[in-house]
Design a protein around this ligand. Structure first.
Ligand code: SF4
Length: 527
């Protein structure tokens, strides 16, 4: 990065600092006071020197000052404009930032540049990991860690749009990116479509359908003309345009475009943030945006890691990658600190997730969802002996008639059939099956693992352990209080930066509670 040379805070300090001159104005025991007194124990200018040019350009605001300002902005959930104002006038902020009392503040646009620098260098992750390094140095982590994982919805910053708006938005994006590539007639035909929402009778289904046909036809002509363009910006925009046409449009019986019924699994929902997706927290709770994974340490209640994924990603899919990242980070900080048990809710109970966590050398403790079968005997009422390759039903009949099949995820499985000869005259039949051909039971690849987990969860120790899982929910509440209910910025990576800043603030506050800051505030006596 060139153009701005690294500015540094004077290591000797300054007697004009707000935390000294105006100490009486700094809120006692506040986040700001702790950041003023202990911020230098976590991050210094030197650790962020790589974000700046070594020789060229004008001096920057020292990165440690910028980062403290970003943490204050995260803590107070301020806009860049309000952040700028507070860096100029707020005594709490000035003390936290470690600047002199006559500091003139930081221009609002500087913060977006700083965020871009941090993302490019993964410095937001390094900032968060500095809190873990501090915890290690202070001896906070003792013995194998018992971690807890959960996820929460993050509403995206982009507007959720209709199929018409999406196609028009991405058509415009391709047209702008491919301004020198499109033929004159095509550019002229597309231009009126991009001028704004079409002046049609939107209440009239026929008018809407006709307009959809115009948009789709224009989109297909544009896609044909830019096909093979070597310009990455054109290719990316064209891919999104093709995706929204494919996801939202199919053909009626006459081959005319019509809005597709139902929702495509990976549907793009926003032109302004194409990475947003539809997600569900429960059957009745829908959201649009992202999903934030959080893993915390049960004992210290520090956040060990956060990740941001698409809202439609499965909860369990995020567990092993984030656990692996945390394991590697901690191994670099303190090889003696190991990851042991992982507590999770039923969303993480799938056998694939259990295997992935076990392969990392950890054990997943997550309640297995209860089985139901429409009021009839569920599979758990059958005894499955995988070694012998047989299943015994509640009436004592044994089936060895196993037929290869696949489960709902496409994994190989066996379908054990009891057959009409066993079931037709069975007195338990009303409680078991209505199938004329008799009852079948599917046995999947993880059957034994899930049976073991089901048995283990009856153990009072496991029941007590799972009660501790709510600690991560409290941690997620804290992160949501720091703004993680809604993305401030568009795009997954920027939302991850937001999550890492929130987790850094949460950990900084927690480290203070844990007594991890070893030095008595050097200048507290000045208060
Ligand atoms: S209906 Fe068939 S599978 Fe069910 S209990 Fe009776 S014999 Fe067993």
């Amino acid at each position: 990065m060139t153009g701005i040379v690294l500015g540094r805070v004077d290591p000797q300090g300054s007697l004009l600092e707000t935390r000294l001159m105006r100490r009486h104005l700094v809120t006692r025991g506040s986040f700001y006071e702790r950041l003023a007194d202990h911020g230098d124990e976590l991050f210094s200018d030197g650790e962020f020197a790589h974000l700046y040019s070594e020789r060229m350009g004008r001096p920057s605001i020292p990165p440690s000052v910028m980062i403290r300002a970003l943490l204050c902005a995260t803590h107070d959930r301020t806009s860049d404009a309000e952040t700028s104002r507070r860096t100029r006038v707020d005594a709490d902020w000035k003390a936290a930032m470690g600047v002199d009392d006559d500091f003139e503040g930081i221009a609002a646009r500087t913060f977006s540049l700083m965020r871009a620098r941090m993302m490019a260098a993964d410095a937001d992750n390094a900032l968060f990991e500095a809190t873990l390094a501090k915890a290690v140095a202070a001896g906070v982590f003792k013995g194998p860690l018992r971690s807890i994982i959960d996820s929460s919805p993050v509403n995206g910053a982009g507007a959720v749009q209709s199929s018409y708006e999406l196609i028009r938005g991405f058509l415009g994006r391709v047209a702008r990116a491919a301004a020198g590539i499109l033929s004159g007639p095509t550019a002229a035909a597309v231009a009126p479509l991009l001028a704004g929402k079409a002046a049609i009778d939107w209440q009239d289904p026929a008018a809407r359908k006709e307009h959809l046909g115009v948009l789709v036809a224009a989109g297909r002509v544009v896609l044909a003309e830019v096909a093979g363009s070597g310009d990455p910006a054109v290719a990316e925009a064209a891919e999104l345009l093709a995706q929204v046409i494919d996801q939202d449009v199919d053909e009626d019986g006459d081959g005319n475009p019509q809005i597709r019924q139902g929702v495509a699994r990976d549907r793009v929902v926003s032109h302004s943030d194409p990475e947003m997706r539809h997600g569900r927290k429960s059957a009745s709770r829908r959201f649009d945006g992202y999903k934030m994974d959080v893993i915390s340490d049960e004992a210290s209640e520090l956040v060990l890691g956060v990740e941001v994924r698409a809202a439609n990603a499965g909860d369990g899919e995020g567990a092993a990658p984030l656990l692996g990242h945390i394991r590697d980070t901690l191994a670099g900080l303190a090889p003696a600190v190991e990851m042991g048990l992982v507590l999770a809710d039923m969303a993480y109970s799938d056998g694939d997730v259990r295997v992935a966590v076990e392969e990392l050398g950890m054990d997943l403790v997550a309640k297995v969802p209860p089985m139901s079968n429409g009021g009839r005997y569920p599979k758990t009422d059958f005894y499955i002996d995988a070694d012998r390759g047989e299943v015994t039903c509640p009436a004592g009949e044994v089936s060895t008639d196993a037929r290869p099949t696949t489960d709902h995820k496409g994994r190989p499985a066996w379908l054990f059939a009891f057959g009409a000869e066993s079931c037709v005259g069975c007195p338990l039949r009303p409680e078991c099956t209505s199938a004329a051909a008799g009852r079948t039971v599917m046995v999947g690849v993880h059957e034994a693992r899930m049976a073991d987990a089901r048995a283990a969860q009856l153990d009072p120790k496991i029941i007590a352990m799972l009660r501790l899982r709510c600690k991560v929910e409290r941690k997620i509440d804290h992160l949501q209080d720091l703004g993680m209910r809604k993305a401030r910025y568009r795009g997954r990576r920027k939302t991850k930066l937001q999550a890492l800043l929130a987790a850094t603030v949460a950990n900084f506050k927690r480290l203070a509670v844990l007594g991890a800051f070893d030095t008595a505030p050097q200048l507290a006596a000045a208060a």
